[in-house]
Each structure stands twice: as C-alpha cells, then as structure tokens.
Design a protein around this ligand. Structure first.
Ligand SMILES: [Zn+2]
Length: 111
C-alpha cells in the first residue's frame, strides 16, 4: 500500500478544511455529500444557519479523523479497521482516506 499517497491526500484535505474556514460541501467525500443532502432535504423550510452549523460540525469531525489517520500512518497501522481489525479496501481509502472503519462495519453502524 502506498501510504505516502494517502498521507498527501490527508494533508491536502486538512489544509483545505482549516485554511478556508471549513464549508466546502462540493469537495467533501461522497459519504458526506449524501449525508449533507439528506440534512438539506430535512431542513428545507428551516433556516440556513442551522445547515451551515451542521456542515461546520462535519468538518470538525473530519479534521479529527484526519489527525487520527496521520497518527496511524506514523504508527504503521493505517488502513486497518478500528472495529474488526481487517484491512480497509483501498477503493474506500481512496474515496475517504480518513475513514476509521471498513465498509462492513460502517454498514453495521448505519443499520
Ligand atoms: Zn471492519
């Protein structure tokens, strides 16, 4: 696995989030786009400040996950699912380099 490529992607994302003050829904991961879409639908008719606040919280969570991922790269345990200990599929890491769990565990969380 080319860990350096993931590290670069994580550092870029981190700079993007912290450098712009956060709100960049178009460049968020597909996973987050879906969630933001859902929230926007649910919130339609509500005030937009509420949505902006939610996006901000999402960014803060991603930022924390990025820090954890960088830490795991240093420790040599990057790409291992936090819940089941299996390797996370590279396609998933390419889409969401800061993910903590594999797709199976993620689906379990959602169900
Ligand atoms: Zn797992």
């Amino acid at each position: 696995m080319d860990v350096q490529a993931y590290k670069d992607a994580l550092l870029r994302k981190k700079a993007e989030i912290s450098g712009t003050g956060g709100i960049k829904p178009l460049q968020a991961s597909m996973e987050n786009n879906t969630r933001q879409g859902d929230m926007a639908d649910q919130a339609s008719g509500n005030n937009e400040v509420h949505i902006a606040l939610k996006l901000k919280q999402t960014d803060a969570k991603i930022l924390q996950a990025i820090e954890e991922a960088l830490w795991r790269i240093d420790k040599g345990s990057y790409g291992v699912c936090r819940d089941c200990g299996e390797m996370i599929a590279e396609a998933r890491l390419n889409a969401i380099p800061w993910t903590r769990v594999c797709i199976k565990c993620k689906e379990k969380q959602n169900s």
